[in-house]
Design a protein around this ligand. Sequence first.
Ligand code: GLU
Length: 424
Amino acid sequence: MSSSQNDRERLSTNLIVENQFEIAANLIGLEPSMQVLLKSPFRTVSVEVPVRMDDGRLEVFRGYRVQHNGARGPCKGGVRYHPEADEEEVLGLATTMTWKTALLDIPFGGAKGGVQVRARDLSQRELEAITRQFTRRIALFLGPYRDIPAPDMNTNPQVMAWMLDEYSAKYGYTPAAVTGKPIALGGSLGREEATGRGAMIIMQSYGRDAGIPIKGGRVVIQGFGNVGAHLALFLHEQGAKVVAVSDVNGGLHNENGLDVPSLFEHTYIRRKPVAEFDGGDAMSDADDEIWKVSCDWLVPAALGSVITKEKNANTIDCKVVVEAANSPTTPIADKILEARGIQVLPDFLVNAGGVVVSYFEWTQNLQQEPWTLEQVNRRLQAKMTKAYEIVRELAESKGVPWRTSALAIALRRVADAEALRGGH
Ligand code: GLU
């Protein structure tokens, strides 16, 4: 992280999201009062999360749940555990969820939760205690028709199981109150890998239209968590060459393509750092070096604000940036990439597969009828492809970037729902 320390351009997700909002709102001529309504969150819950740590100390963490908009359905979005997940960051992420659910045309609004904690330092007992305490303190605002949490950065199906248990202790067994659950508790087949699969579907569609085939294509992935690791696996299966990947501890580079299935096993299943995998050259300061590797597809799949003017927007050497992370590109960097003719596939299209299968999970829970993996994947494919097509059509007909097109579609849908519901 050496050079990014003095990277003045690093912006909070919320500022990035606000800037993008204005461009799209102007494109569709959204009236000023509706702009104010759609910019501000419906409800922000801020709680203290006191937890007895393993060493006996009492620590008090800060937790947030921001419900940005619920005009199109119950608020929906993940919960992340990260020191940077403060109120402003969580608001930006909640806002993105509103656009994501609208663009994919699933009957939800947008929300996000966060607890400001260094998840890596926690024992399993501490993780459980934080989750239970946080859930108890926001439970009043949750529910299958109110707000439905799911996994995000540093949370997983086990964390969702604890959230469900806390919620159900208070309100009775309610599987549809949380998604991304373990299968044994009503989770959906295909949910864990859904974000990676959705991103692959978008890349396949774009690759076909733009003449950049996945098969034989060179891919670089920054971030090897749930999204990056599954996406790498799918792309490898499709014949792509994953030439470099990184995680928080370092990276790995192999011009002939990494052995992705073994790396997946090493990193995702056995939880070992990417750089300790024997099958490529280790990159010491991966946060700098990963951006220098030339490729067709560059996939940021970790934190926000990693592609900036100061750091890499002028030097990145790829044909397409695939935003698997939320808000990885700052607005200035976005402009630079556009001027350089590098296509940017926007986050709330690329990484929407997770919340789409969360919707399928919620549906299955409400109907008490599980779907097969084949059903889940077929419907995911249909949802992602439909959203891809409408974004491409509007971008081409209006001659605007894909992000602006996608946001304009989402804004129109949310604004129409708000106007029809009225009450303001
Ligand atoms: N956290 C994921 C996202 O940012 C999934 C949200 C969900 O499934 O509700 O899209």
